[in-house]
Design a protein around this ligand. Structure first.
Ligand code: GRG
Length: 291
């Protein structure tokens, strides 16, 4: 059921991105950009945006630009994450990483172009939301992606390799590296739904916790998952000396931490009743997933 939902949503986002790029002047970077962002990946962040939209009766039309922008930033981060200067991974989404297919220089440029494309997609004239909402979304997306967000988290992740780090340091790093983009996903839905400051804060922290849960599941899959299902090499974290909850506290305690985090997230969603059922199913999938 959830797999079907992911496939349907991924197709919608891919279609949007293909059309958006079609309306732009062609460049040599379109091929590596499409290779990095289209026809690959679960597009789970988009699914979370659309699920959260259902809690506030927001139409998909109002959210599709946000989904596409988030997938551009996410794919950008993966392209750069795979580079030799970062995690040096040769396989991503079951195919050669972008730098293996197109060369390092093109991968750097295609990744950076996906970052700017994300902001073009939000700022697009045909995306009809109030200019105040657009401004707020752009500001939040920028801060969640840059040094106070994903990029800052990635820097910590690299610096933490082969170092003994405590729980709060590891959680803080993972909340930035992975949590911040999920934070943005729910925050942006709150902006579109015209929620007040308190409610938007609630949504953004909920998003960050979902992102943390997603990262913990990713670490578990690196340890125990299948390379074929994941579409990327597994058992890398240990070799690279990555600081994770698994390396800090062992399997049993790390799973218990993740399970309690999931319970906390689901408790927070209770107030939304039946309208949260889609998001709840996606959260259940996050910890159970095999890919
Ligand atoms: C400033 C955006 C930006 C990036 C530069 C390289 C970098 C800094 C950040 C990397 C962050 C990173 C790789 C986080 C890992 C998050 C994660 C668990 C990725 C896997 O996500 P999935 O499973 O991937 O959603 P698919 O392939 O399904 O899209």
């Amino acid at each position: 059921m959830i797999k079907k939902k992911l496939i349907v949503n991924a197709k919608k986002i891919d279609k949007f991105l293909i059309n958006f790029l079609k309306n732009q002047t062609h460049s040599l970077l379109v091929r590596p950009m499409k290779y990095g962002v289209i026809s690959g990946g679960k597009k789970i962040r988009s699914t979370i945006i659309l699920d959260a939209g259902k809690m506030f009766n927001i139409s998909e039309k109002k959210l599709i630009n946000i989904c596409a922008a988030v997938e551009c930033i996410h794919s950008y981060s993966l392209i750069h994450d795979d580079l030799p200067c970062m995690d040096n991974d040769l396989i991503r989404r079951g195919k050669p990483s972008t730098h293996i297919k197109f060369g390092e220089a093109s991968a750097v440029l295609a990744g950076s172009s996906l970052l700017t494309l994300a902001f073009e997609i939000i700022a697009d004239k045909k995306y009809i939301i109030s200019s105040n909402a657009k401004n707020e979304i752009v500001r939040n997306l920028a801060s969640c992606s840059g040094h106070t967000g994903i990029a800052g988290g990635q820097e910590l992740d690299l610096k933490f390799e082969n170092k003994k780090k405590v729980l709060n340091e590891i959680i803080g790093m993972q909340k930035k590296k992975t949590g911040k983009l999920f934070n943005f996903c729910l925050y942006a839905v709150g902006v579109i739904a015209n929620k007040n400051k308190k409610e938007k804060f609630f949504l953004s922290t909920l998003g960050e916790d979902i992102g943390l849960l997603f990262q913990l599941a990713d670490d578990f899959l690196d340890n125990k998952g299948s390379k074929k299902l994941m579409g990327k090499p597994v058992k890398k974290d240990n070799k690279k000396g990555k600081s994770t909850l698994l390396s800090l506290m062992g399997e049993k305690k790390a799973y218990l931490y993740a399970f309690n985090l999931k319970k906390k997230i689901l408790r927070k969603l209770q107030k939304h009743g039946k309208k949260a059922v889609n998001l709840i199913n996606t959260i259940e999938f996050i910890l159970e997933r095999k890919f």
